[in-house]
Design a protein around this ligand. Sequence first.
Ligand code: NAD
Length: 372
Amino acid sequence: MSINQEIFNKTFLNKYRRVLVTGGAGFIGGAVVRKLLDFNDVIVFNLDKLTYSSDLYSIDQKLKSLGSAAEGKYTLIKADLCDENKVKNAIEKSDPDLILHLAAESHVDRSIENPNIFMNSNILGTFNLLQNSLSHFNNLSKTRKKKFRFHHISTDEVFGSLEKDCFFNEQTKYDPRSPYSASKAASDHLVNAWHNTYGLPISITNCSNNYGPWQFPEKLIPLIILKGIAGKKIPLYGDGQNVRDWLFVEDHVEAILTTTIMGDIGKTYCVGGGNQLSNLYVAEAICDLLDQNLDRDFTHRNLISFVKDRPGHDKRYAIDSKLIFKEIGWKSKFSFENGLKETVFWYLNNKLWCNNVLKKSGYRGQRIGNLR
Ligand code: NAD
């Protein structure tokens, strides 16, 4: 964190003691929950529907490592955001000072195949959460009202596809092109509307593609790693030249938490990793790491195969993170090289977790959303 850790902890604890995280059983939400559990005196409530992409093992491990210090610090609330009553009860039970909204259906390919669930969870779910957060906020004491914050975690995909050499920033016009990004764009608009119309104190971060340990293995980086480890073909959409701006998940967690204490209310911040790389570059870098770590009689690059492109596949994402650096002092710390090394090693050492989550979810590494 760019601001002094001690000052950060003090400021955070001064504002927030009870934190409700939605989607805390997912990849980024899990990293947020684990980080929050490191703070003494913070109580974390994790509202999650526990869909196919969720897993609680990393949080269980974290709680175990904290031992008796974890007592009373963490509560799981299994609930679907689309269930009004459950959301109402969850807010009443958690009585939060801070809400971090990460729960969403998050995979573009699945949104192509089955958009309904994205509209429900990402739009209706956000609406339910906002309504109940507003009632909660309105009933808070004056002192708690001053500190309360609803922070929404969104994606750069709401801005659409970029030409070469351009960057997304906070002024970029929304232009979502997939059912997933359209549903996230809608949720961003709802969050802003609840601020402008009802005065709910919100902030939003729109970040680029995350990667790191514990990511469900349908997303590009873990999928490539696991296909490589299994010696199977590594599928790349189109010509592999689509560019993403890779952000290590721990950097993202820091950006979220710093924004909640230093970011202005009502404001959006763009969060990028500063690593704009083609999918082919990423796949080759993973293959090279696998070559170095696995004793094989072939080179993993030979497994790369180009397959039919994703419908509506955005060509390029890149984020200009100047505002969050200028106003909050956040910038990514992990180089792609180090973040990727850590990620590949983690997957090499956690095959059992991968097998378990794949088995539980029913996902077998197959192509999803190939409509045309
Ligand atoms: P994920 O799929 O790993 O986790 C999502 C979590 O939300 C899961 O635990 C799931 O059970 C829960 N969930 C889904 N629908 C729900 C519902 N209706 N009610 C309650 N819980 C529900 O996703 P992730 O990669 O951790 O993404 C988290 C957030 O960050 C999402 O809002 C996503 O749009 C955003 N984001 C992700 C990335 C990325 O690269 N992963 C990039 C930008 C933004």
